[in-house]
Ligand binder design. Structure first.
Ligand code: SF4
Length: 475
């Protein structure tokens, strides 16, 4: 009987995509996804190290698994991702029932490490300082039949003072455009309608191989891929954002007019202390150009409140920029100390109650701004890629949900159009706006069944074969 596995993912899109590679690797090594995750023979935690409570959550979950492991000695537990890259062997010291610890640079080693731990009956920790193979060369078991992640680079050359990513994911390494486009074509050939190009900083893509404008060219090249209806990307960086990217977005029909551009703070003094290498004027300037080229563009962002040294006046600058930027949405964070980052030892750590109070004010303002933005869409037609897991109340309301081309979440009634499946495309008219979503209560104007919808209905998700199917040579 093939051994079964379950992958538990924490953190960002890069981790979500790495988990697809981990699942693809284990399938290629003869394992199969566990029908019942709680009964899996192998449990893999793909961890995140960005937030303060990331550690507590992992060790908490490992603690929960200990009794199951004691009851089933053949069961194996593996820990990978950013927290594994940071804590290394310490994970086995703190949780000796863990069998394998692997890092962000050697995902491909997992099957061999599991076998070695089982054969030697001894826990294995293997962490590399630099990339073993590009994760995108590994096989992937995709989560979705209609939407796919495609990495264009790993690592980051920036040194934002609050961020631990560069020390855990290394310096930026870019994939060749041909490799990226081959993977996008392979997904589109399987019926995938939407791809999201992934990188810690997509705007510096190509610098490593000497082409400063490679990212804009990549977006344009995606325009020529048959069957590919939607192209998105994350994360851009305001300091490297160039006009050719705005032109490529505006002039390439399948590139969505959606931009998630982290701001972090609206205060130049705080941006300087964060070492973000841009100022509020440049940020607003980019938005102005984006909106001139794409008036319908939806812009979302990330904002950190309570960075060390942030004064009330600095915070007011952030609120002021939020009003000026007219964001369609934002991920908001209370500053969280990360040991090993420069900011964690900075003077002027802001008291928790002040951070909380500012956070609440920011969230309240964002609710106002995003509601006002969404209300402008009431009465407008929107094209929705129907998705699973986007509508918490769908079951109780009989609604379906999905994303509009600009990334907005849309809940719509489809009751009178039976047969609408995730992966299909519907056109409908917005009847109501809320701060975080749109609703379309009328009957959809059209419903297009797609290959992705067929695949989803058949329970099939794409398998992208890696070019690295053998077991890595164990060093
Ligand atoms: S750009 Fe800054 S915040 Fe983003 S991953 Fe790089 S160092 Fe971290």
């Amino acid at each position: 009987m093939a051994r079964t596995f379950n992958v538990v993912t924490y953190g960002c899109q890069m981790n979500a995509h790495d988990s697809e590679r981990i699942a693809g690797l284990l399938e290629a090594a003869g394992y199969r996804a566990a029908p019942d995750p709680d009964a899996a023979d192998v449990v893999v935690f793909n961890t995140c190290a960005v937030r303060e409570n990331a550690d507590n959550r992992l060790y908490g979950n490992l603690g929960h698994l200990r009794p199951a492991k004691l009851a089933r000695p053949g069961m194996q537990i593996a820990v990978g991702g950013c927290l594994a890259q940071k804590d290394r062997g310490e994970i086995i010291e703190r949780a000796p029932w863990v069998d394998v610890v692997f890092g962000t640079h050697n995902i491909g080693s997992l099957p061999a490490l599991l076998e070695r731990a089982r054969h030697n009956e001894q826990a294995q920790a293997e962490i590399l300082e630099s990339l073993e193979v590009f994760p995108s060369t590994l096989p992937a078991r995709r989560e979705s039949a209609y939407s796919g992640w495609v990495s264009i680079s790993v690592g980051c050359n920036n040194t934002c003072t609050f961020c631990i990513v560069p020390s855990l994911r290394g310096r930026e390494k870019d994939r060749r455009p041909g490799d990226v486009l081959a993977e996008v074509r392979a997904l589109a050939a399987e019926g995938v309608l939407e791809v999201t190009l992934l990188g810690q900083n997509v705007n510096s893509y190509g610098v490593e191989f000497g082409d400063r404008y490679a990212f804009g060219k990549l977006l344009r090249a995606c325009g020529g891929i048959e069957g590919l209806e939607r192209v998105r990307f994350t994360s851009p960086h305001p300091k490297d954002f160039t006009d050719d990217v705005i032109d490529a977005m505006a002039q390439t029909p399948n590139v969505c007019h959606q931009l998630h551009m982290p701001l972090q703070s609206g205060s130049d003094a705080v941006l300087r202390a964060m070492r973000r290498s841009y100022r509020r004027e440049r940020y607003l300037g980019i938005l102005e150009k984006v909106r001139a080229a794409m008036p319908d563009a939806a812009v979302t962002t990330d904002i950190i409140v309570g960075f060390p040294g942030e004064t009330e006046a600095d915070f007011e600058q952030t609120l002021d920029l939020v009003r000026a930027a007219r964001f369609a949405g934002a991920f908001t964070f209370q500053y969280s100390k990360r040991p090993g980052t420069p900011a964690s030892t900075m003077d002027g750590q802001v008291p928790k109650e002040v951070v909380q109070q500012r956070y609440d004010r920011l969230v309240a303002l964002l609710e106002e701004v995003t509601l006002e933005q969404n209300q402008r869409l009431v009465g407008q037609r929107v094209e929705v890629l129907v998705a699973v897991g986007e509508g918490r109340k769908d079951a109780s309301t009989g609604r379906l949900s999905g994303r509009a081309r600009d990334g907005r979440l849309v809940h719509f009634t489809g009751a009178d159009r039976p047969g609408i499946r995730p992966g299909d495309i519907v056109e409908t008219v917005v009847t109501y706006a809320a701060p975080h979503h749109l609703t379309a209560d009328g009957s959809p104007l059209s419903h297009r069944r797609t290959r992705a919808g067929d695949a989803h209905e058949a329970g099939h998700t794409p398998r992208t074969p890696g070019v690295f199917l053998g077991m890595p040579a164990v060093k």
